[in-house]
Design a protein around this ligand. Structure first.
Ligand code: AMP
Length: 511
């Protein structure tokens, strides 16, 4: 084993998984998943603080979440890199039992848990730390480096946030790669393929789809799309809304304000949803969920059929297919050109998802990769390709999921990189002053596909200073936008006449 191991981590919304390459057989690297206590390969991405102030992560946190819903944080990945004003944060606030609030400066999202106030990076950092500890214990060597996967649809800011989370616990995130690209590596490495595949990745909290051309060790993403607010949790929520409605119609009692009842419902809803992937119907019974005003205990006694679940979630499945259709158009390919459709993410076990994809592509999806493990396996393979003692030289040619550009004077959005631009990528634009003796130029940079800049996510406000005082419009500055292989943007500016670099400061602002 390499002296300085680099592990692959799939930091999932609901579950995380880690893997490492351990030797090779006939030149094909062998990946081992890192087992957690009891031999499971996934760790719930859940963080909690118990009533004694102890921090619990993973199964320990999940085991107690019904009884301690206010201090148990799950699904936090959806909030990573988000500002408080984002609609997504507002929506999350309504569905989670823990406290989400703006930070003092009103910019970041803070979660109050027990007596602690944590940023989203703190929560991700603690989960990453736990995975690292499990790996270090298992491998009996300190692990300080990892390749970490993120949804393809993560913005620049969310990617940066995951890197920073690693830094907080001394884990160097040597490279961020996209989850679907990582799954394609798990499928393709060592098989000498020449094939165009679709990776349909519907996990706990996010949906991604990528069309990838595999040419042996080259993995070229043709187009990608997704929705980081569409995943298994939304299927659970659709069931919960139905259960609450039925219970209220029957008893007049609204359970949505009772966190313990809500957590019990949430728990059983998810388990029932999973059961319905293999059964046509399942009972939904919870004893003593609440009491009447007279102190009589009340139970939930219902039945769920697969049909009902499908009716409640048809909109969600439709949304994924709309995105698939758009990505296909973006790639310039026809459904016939797709040679294999790969399923990733636990929610793809739902039969209707597979049926709808079969109809869409005219062929049944392949089961060649393990839906829960492929992403971590791909990350481990990529990590291995970065080490010195390997012949594996992987080339990932990825794209940015949403356009990156700047705000125009009229509030419009000037796209510097359209969506699906290949990365790494750099572009230069020329700017000039609009007033006499102006020594600073301010630029607001956004990411998104909307024509109005403000409708997109603001990545930051860049100030370039040190411009020579001169009449308006005389001084030119050359601004370089550089998006690295991880989809992270840096900007710099220089005076083209002197070649001198201008000082650049970034203010991460609220979107
Ligand atoms: P992942 O993020 O890939 O671990 O996906 C987890 C999501 O998949 C959760 O929302 C689970 O409820 C969901 N899931 C796992 N197994 C099944 C199943 N058999 N049927 C439907 N959904 C499932």
């Amino acid at each position: 084993m390499n002296r300085e191991p680099i592990i692959g981590i799939d930091l999932g919304t609901t579950n995380s998984c880690a893997a490492i390459v351990d030797g090779d057989v006939n030149g094909v690297p062998q990946v081992k998943l890192i087992p957690y206590k009891g031999g499971d390969y996934t760790i719930p991405s859940i963080y909690a603080v118990d009533d004694k102030g102890n921090e619990l992560i993973g199964y320990e946190a999940k085991r107690q979440w019904q009884l301690n819903p206010r201090n148990t944080i799950y699904g936090a990945k959806r909030l990573v890199g988000r500002t408080m004003s984002s609609d997504i944060v507002e929506q999350m606030r309504k569905t989670v039992q823990y406290q989400v609030r703006p930070s003092e400066d009103n910019k970041e999202v803070v979660i109050d848990v027990a007596k602690k106030s944590l940023s989203l990076q703190d929560v991700s950092a603690r989960i990453l730390n736990k995975i690292r500890d499990v790996a270090s214990n298992h491998l009996k060597v300190a692990v300080n480096k990892a390749v970490v996967t993120v949804p393809a649809y993560f913005s620049d800011r969310q990617r940066q946030s995951v890197k920073d989370a690693g830094k907080l616990v001394g884990l160097e995130v040597v490279r961020i790669i996209n989850e679907p690209t990582s799954a394609a590596l798990a499928y393709g490495v060592g098989r000498h393929l020449k094939k165009t595949v679709v990776i349909y990745d519907l996990g706990g909290g996010t949906f991604d789809v990528s069309i990838i051309e595999i040419r042996d060790q080259v993995f070229e993403v043709k187009a990608t799309g997704g929705d980081i607010f569409l995943g298994g949790i939304d299927f659970d929520n659709a069931m919960i809304v139905h259960i609450l409605k039925e219970f209220k119609a029957k008893t007049g009692i609204d359970l949505s304000t009772d966190p313990v009842a809500m957590q019990r419902i949430k728990d059983l809803a998810e388990r029932t949803k999973m059961d319905l992937s293999t059964r046509e119907e399942a009972p939904f019974n919870i004893p003593f969920i609440t009491m009447t005003a007279q102190g009589q205990p009340l139970n939930i006694e219902m039945k769920f059929t697969r049909k009902l679940l499908e009716q409640l979630t048809v909109d969600l499945v439709d949304r994924t297919l709309k995105i698939v259709a758009k990505v296909l158009v973006d790639s310039g390919l026809s459904t016939q050109a797709i040679e294999e459709v790969m399923l990733v993410g636990g929610q793809t076990r739902m039969p209707i998802v597979q049926e709808r994809l079969t109809k869409f592509f005219g062929k049944a999806p392949s089961k060649s990769v393990h839906p829960d493990e492929a992403v971590a396996i791909g990350a481990a393979l990529y990590a291995h390709s970065l080490s010195d003692d390997t012949n594996l030289k992987l080339q990932l040619l990825d794209v940015i999921p949403m356009a990156i550009g700047l705000e125009k004077a009229d509030g419009g959005f000037h796209q510097v990189f359209p969506r699906n631009s290949s990365i790494p990528n750099a572009k230069q634009i020329r700017g000039t002053t609009s007033q006499a003796n102006q020594t600073e130029l301010i630029m607001r940079i956004y990411q998104g596909d909307h024509d109005a800049a403000k409708e997109n996510e603001q990545l930051g406000e860049f100030t370039f200073s040190g411009i020579r005082p001169a009449p308006a419009g005389q001084e030119q500055i050359e601004i370089t936008f550089d998006v690295n292989v991880e989809g992270i943007l840096t900007m710099m500016a220089k005076d083209p006449a002197s070649g001198k670099q201008l000082k650049t400061t970034v203010r991460v602002t609220q979107s």
